[in-house]
Design a protein around this ligand. Structure first.
Ligand code: DAH
Length: 360
């Protein structure tokens, strides 16, 4: 019996000395594991006589149970001590400021915001949004818009062409959103009332030109729409967009191959030192081109000019964004500088609505 008592004292001492759960586990393995001391005692039973085995077996099994109980009790103590240490080291300072959630920290680019503002205003007037591809055919970008082959207006567009195909035709990056007019007229029957916002491309780069820029096109085709309607639409648009009660506008005669008559529109403004005010003042600022859709364009797009008529306009989204938000250099819009975006960008959940305000 003495050996059992000695072993028990040894093991109990080792359990008490175990400073953490890993050390305790080592003691458990050394006692009760496959090659442990208590297991080794149990293995000696096989060589004993039946009587001896009965008494000796019972005491070894009791030893095993007591050792297991001591180990379990010690484990509970160590566990709760470890938890106390962890709780003490992981205290949370509830007075620290919250880190911004991603939806708070991100910013919407002013161009995306203006794009949304423009579509919101025209959607309210009953316009649908039409889209077309950035890569266009010469036919849709020029020919069906009444730019004859070799016409000087083609040269003015500084077009990016792709390499010619085998048949000699060349695809191009659309130089304006007007080809979406063509696509819309070819695929829909009037009445048509759409706007077409999108990316456009010209080989040009300076403070007011970038090789990629944005336009929004408008197109109305029915049996009776005329320039008076166009004027009203543009006037209402400018008031809503620039968020002023009145805007003075000037319609000047101009030339575009796809409209007849063609006009350019200026809005009145006042330039103070660092600020522009819209709607009043002494200066004029050009913001868009427009006109009645040329009968050749209607014909080339499968619409009978004897029955239908309508008007169109095109304006630079980047330009009106710069005017409205006081951005001096067009190139800044495309530099991807996060500091600039933090300053000029909009909070993601500030979605422009006519009721709630476009740019609050
Ligand atoms: N497509 C013209 C341009 O990029 C802009 C334009 C002018 C569009 C008059 C129109 C329009 O629809 O009627 O220079």
């Amino acid at each position: 019996m003495a050996d059992i008592e000695i072993l028990e004292q040894e093991l109990t001492g080792a359990v008490d000395n175990a400073g953490d759960e890993a050390a305790l586990e080592a003691v458990r393995v050394a006692a009760l594991g496959k090659n442990g001391a208590v297991t080794a005692l149990l293995k000696t039973l096989g060589a004993m006589s039946p009587d001896e085995r009965k008494t000796r077996g019972a005491s070894i099994n009791m030893l095993k149970d007591r050792v297991a109980a001591v180990i379990n009790a010690r484990r509970e103590v160590l566990k709760s001590a470890a938890l106390d240490v962890r709780l003490a080291s992981e205290t949370i300072d509830v007075t620290l400021p919250l880190r911004e959630a991603p939806a708070e920290a991100g910013r919407i680019h002013p161009l995306s915001q203006v794009w949304d503002e423009v579509t919101t205003i025209f959607a309210d007037m009953g316009f649908a949004v039409a889209e077309g591809p950035d890569i266009e055919t010469d036919d849709y970008n020029f020919t069906r818009l009444n730019f004859p082959e070799g016409h000087p207006a083609r040269e003015m567009h500084d077009t990016f062409y792709f390499n010619p195909k085998e048949d000699g035709s060349r695809l191009l990056l659309r130089t304006h959103t007007s080809p979406v007019q063509v696509r819309t007229m070819l695929s829909k029957t009037p009445p048509i009332r759409v706007i077409c916002p999108g990316r456009t491309y010209r080989s040009d780069s300076d403070q007011t030109h970038t090789p990629m820029f944005h336009q929004v096109e408008g197109l109305v085709i029915d049996k009776s729409s005329h320039l008076g309607h166009l004027k009203w639409i543009l006037h209402e648009f400018c008031k809503a967009f620039f968020e002023v009660d009145n805007v003075n506008m000037r319609f000047r005669p101009s030339f575009f191959p796809f409209t007849e008559p063609s006009l350019e529109v200026d809005i009145q403004c006042r330039r103070d030192k660092n600020e522009i005010r819209f709607g009043e003042g002494e200066d004029w600022l050009e913001i868009l081109g427009c006109g009645m859709v040329h009968s050749n364009v209607l014909k080339l797009c499968g619409i009978d000019p004897e029955v239908y008529q309508g008007f169109a306009w095109g304006m630079g989204i980047d330009r009106i964004a710069m005017l409205k938000y006081g951005i001096a250099d067009l190139r800044q819009l495309f530099e991807g500088d996060v500091r600039w975006l933090n300053h000029y960008g909009f909070r993601p959940l500030e979605i422009p609505t006519l009721a709630g305000g476009l740019s609050t």
